[in-house]
Design a protein around this ligand. Structure first.
Ligand SMILES: [Zn+2]
Length: 304
């Protein structure tokens, strides 16, 4: 599967399309936003116990929604889609995948970059949505040196302060203690290269950060807009293509603050649907590009 994905990425890279208004037309894993090229790269996938996502949700309704997607509730294997933006000057990664030390099914970013002829030293900016292992741990190489040695590394100030706080590992719930220890270790290792930004900041020309907390305390999404075209990198505010769209008002076990997670998810999906905005979801089916559309009382993810 990896091979075909690589070939697919290679063949679709550089595809061009015409646009009208805020309506990017995409060629699978490669999207144009104005004259920027935006690609999604697969870091592989995660393997999660179903209960981690579904928690105490009503089992019958969960099964009904999942069955529409051909899924069962015992285990999920969500893809991990990393966004790459190139504009001829900057080479920007949104999150960097899991690296070698999280799950063996993930951590393939550098191979995916290689298929596009992009090398770690070419990356000018690494911008984080949040500091969970599947988004952060790829920031170091096998020698614990920064993988993207020439890049500016940028993270939301709320997110950074939370994970660098030595008290976090003791106050977070037991099942998340490994996340906290990992975040502290990886963020400390790159601390000298880290810059922070806040809600509403333009982290780079045309790329605006917006804080949607809940999944983690300072989770950020990124609005990429250029020449009247637009796509939104939503990270893990929308954690899957099934329950999160059908019932954004349901709590998700993957959100650290579940009530805040619901509020962020509802606000984001309603906004994206109302604006007919294209989105890239980190854990939506590869390549993770599509739109949120109203569907009955909830929403559906419509892939590009
Ligand atoms: Zn994630």
């Amino acid at each position: 599967m990896k091979l075909s994905r690589r070939l697919f990425l290679k063949s679709s890279a550089g595809a061009s399309a015409a646009f009208a208004g805020f309506a990017p037309v995409w060629s699978h894993a490669s999207v144009s936003v104005g004259d920027w090229q935006v690609d999604t790269l697969s870091d592989g996938n995660l393997v999660l116990p179903g209960a981690m996502v579904t928690g105490d949700l009503p089992a019958d309704e969960v099964a009904s929604i999942l069955s529409k997607h051909g899924l069962a509730s015992d285990q999920f294997t969500p893809d991990c889609n990393i966004t790459l933006m190139r504009n001829g000057t900057d080479t920007v990664l949104f999150d960097v995948g899991a690296g070698a030390n999280f799950q063996s099914s993930a951590g393939q970013l550098w191979e995916a970059l290689d298929t596009l002829g992009v090398y770690p030293e070419d990356v000018t900016h690494v911008v984080f949505t949040h500091a969970h292992p599947d988004h952060l741990w790829g920031v170091l190489d096998d020698f614990d040196e920064p993988m993207f040695m020439n890049a500016r590394h940028m993270i939301g100030s709320t997110e950074l302060a939370y994970w660098l706080d030595p008290a976090t590992v003791d106050t977070i719930s037991p099942e998340r203690q490994a996340f906290a220890a990992g975040a502290l270790r990886y963020l400390t290792a790159i601390e000298g290269q880290l810059e922070t930004f806040d809600d509403g900041a333009e982290v780079l020309g045309g790329i605006t950060a917006r804080e949607f907390g809940g999944h983690t305390p300072g989770h950020m999404i990124f609005d990429l807009a250029q020449s009247d075209q637009r796509i939104v990198v939503v990270g893990d505010v929308i954690g899957n293509h099934h329950l999160a769209f059908a019932r954004p008002d349901w709590v998700s076990g993957s959100d650290q603050d579940q009530a805040a997670g619901v509020a962020s998810r509802v606000r984001l999906i309603e906004g994206l649907a109302a604006e007919d905005a294209a989105l890239i979801g980190y854990h939506l089916p590869y390549p993770g590009i599509g739109k949120a559309v109203r569907d009955g009382g909830g929403f559906s993810f419509v892939p590009a």
